[in-house]
Design a protein. Structure first.
Length: 73
């Protein structure tokens, strides 16, 4: 697998994680369970910790520098 593909997949997953956290934000129990699963994934534990410790709903993935276009409307 080429390095470009690995980075692309990572960006897509990061975008999906952030978008899902936005949708689950009001249901703290579901959000905590989702982030617990994310935390077990290699490379995304820090993102899950950051999202769980935040007091405000996450910004759109593009705010975090995610270049994925899969959630554009």
């Amino acid at each position: 697998m080429a390095a470009d593909e690995i980075v692309g997949e990572s960006e897509h997953l990061k975008s999906l994680i952030i978008s899902t956290a936005q949708e689950l934000w009001e249901d703290k129990d579901a959000l905590r369970k989702f982030l617990g699963v994310v935390r077990r994934s290699e490379g995304f534990a820090k993102l899950a910790d950051t999202l769980e410790q935040s007091d405000v709903r996450p910004a759109k993935p593009s705010f975090f520098g995610v270049r994925s276009t899969e959630f554009e409307s």
